[in-house]
Ligand binder design. Structure first.
Ligand code: ZN
Length: 243
């Protein structure tokens, strides 16, 4: 869950924007600072980030009572097991505690050969269902594409969702490594919420996520034109929605 709902939950706790620039200042950056390069191949480490945690539950399903923070942590651990031995995996959090978004960014920035995959469950109008991928940097497009494709193969009856979305969020814009935020499904859709509450279903989601990560590691970006670069300053909690 992100944007408006996430802001309600997280808003008062967010710190000032991370990163050394404080916005602008592009002339002082290396050419690839903004991530304007092909996606990674042969990366050695995957940081799996379970969204929310602690006092921040994220989305809560009205139909099942499940909390996004718990489903995300369970999913992350399943992905970790499936990636075991094939790539080094680090968990941003391995239990139920809160980490500020800017702290999450700080923990991965500067780590060469590393990608960040942040796992969430969504909330919105009850008719919406299905996976969505949020990305910003050019070097994150391929991974987002692979993740969306693999999850769409796994998720039944998706409809009305946004699919793959290029959006300047703190977890997609601010890390200096490739980064994708995965929304596995809508807890606000009663049918999808029931699916997401099932351990076997989450295991299939985790398999899809792991396949996409390993495909990216082995092959780099999928065929297709890279998206154009967009130079924008780091995302801040005070940015207007959709900016
Ligand atoms: Zn979330």
């Amino acid at each position: 869950m992100l944007r408006k709902l996430a802001c309600v939950v997280l808003g008062p706790l967010l710190l000032a924007a991370c990163g050394p620039s404080g916005g602008g200042g592009a002339t002082s950056w290396k050419p690839d600072y903004w991530g304007h390069r092909p996606g990674p191949k042969g990366f050695t480490t995957v940081v799996l980030d379970a969204g929310h945690g602690g006092h921040d539950s994220g989305a809560v399903s009205r139909s099942t009572g499940a909390k996004e923070k718990d489903l995300a942590l369970d999913t992350v651990k399943r992905v970790q097991r499936k990636l075991g031995g094939k790539v080094k995996v680090k968990l941003m959090r391995s239990n139920d505690h809160f980490i500020d978004l800017d702290d999450r960014v700080d923990r991965v920035s500067g780590k060469g050969g590393t990608i960040l995959v942040s796992i969430h469950y969504n909330a919105g109008p009850s008719s919406m269902r299905g996976p969505e991928m949020y990305w910003w940097r050019v070097d994150s497009w391929g991974l987002a594409t692979r993740l969306q494709r693999e999850l769409e193969k796994t998720v039944p009856g998706e409809s009305g969702n946004r699919g793959q979305v290029r959006r300047r969020l703190r977890l997609t814009r601010n890390p200096d490594i490739p980064s994708v935020l995965v929304e596995c499904g809508y807890l606000s859709n009663p049918s999808e919420a029931r699916l997401c509450n099932d351990a076997g279903y989450r295991d299939r989601l985790a398999s899809a996520i792991a396949r996409a990560i390993l495909d990216q590691q082995a092959n780099g970006d999928p065929p297709g034109r890279l998206p154009p670069p967009i130079n924008k300053p780091p995302s801040r909690p005070t940015d207007p929605p959709g900016s």
